[in-house]
Design a protein around this ligand. Structure first.
Ligand SMILES: [Fe+2]
Length: 184
């Protein structure tokens, strides 16, 4: 029997993916209208500004029960007004599906929110590991001066629900005020 080479690789430094069945999604400022508090600051910025990119390995079709997806999110450093660049954040479409996140590069915050709107947050750093239980919305925020890279693994049938977040947010925003990182 032949022992084959691996079909995929990820960078040990930042989690960048290579090999088969990988894809990349790019989120720009213009994709996140209404997500940031300071609309005046938002409107002054270049709508083509890249906020984050998600690389993903999808060995099965989306929606496959029992399947897994693997990905790495890369958030650029920056702010809209006082608020740090962040991902849209989501509940899973099948809401009880859980997920793992792990910090690879840079400094950030992972924000959680339950279905009643109660928020909490954890620091993300290289080597940090985060379990996101089912029924909990999750969002990454880059609070550093460099790129934030975070790995993730989630069920292939989890799906994403952005609607509730777009409408009412996370109930908490991660900002810099007087040189301090705060959640308010
Ligand atoms: Fe998720």
């Amino acid at each position: 029997m032949e022992i084959k080479d691996p079909r995929n690789h990820f960078s040990k430094e930042n989690g960048a993916l290579s090999g088969e069945k990988t894809s990349k999604t790019i989120r720009k400022l213009k994709d996140m209208k209404g997500f940031y508090e300071d609309e005046e600051a938002f409107n002054k910025m270049d709508p083509e500004t890249v906020l984050y990119e998600v690389e993903m390995h999808a060995p099965v079709k989306a929606g496959t029960e029992g399947g897994l997806f693997f990905g790495t999110s890369f958030l650029n450093p920056g702010k809209v007004g006082e608020e740090f660049f962040m991902t849209k954040g989501h509940f899973h479409e099948i809401i009880n599906r859980a997920e793992y996140y792990w910090g690879l590069e840079g400094e950030g915050v992972l924000v959680f929110m339950d279905e009643d709107g109660n928020a909490s947050a954890e620091k993300v750093c290289p080597g940090s590991l985060h379990f996101v239980p089912g029924k909990i919305a999750h969002r990454l925020v880059n609070t550093g001066d460099t790129k934030l890279a975070v790995g993730a693994c989630w069920p292939a049938d989890a799906g994403h629900q952005y609607g509730p977040i777009a409408e009412s947010g996370f109930g908490v925003r991660i900002k810099e005020k007087n040189g301090t990182i705060i959640a308010e």
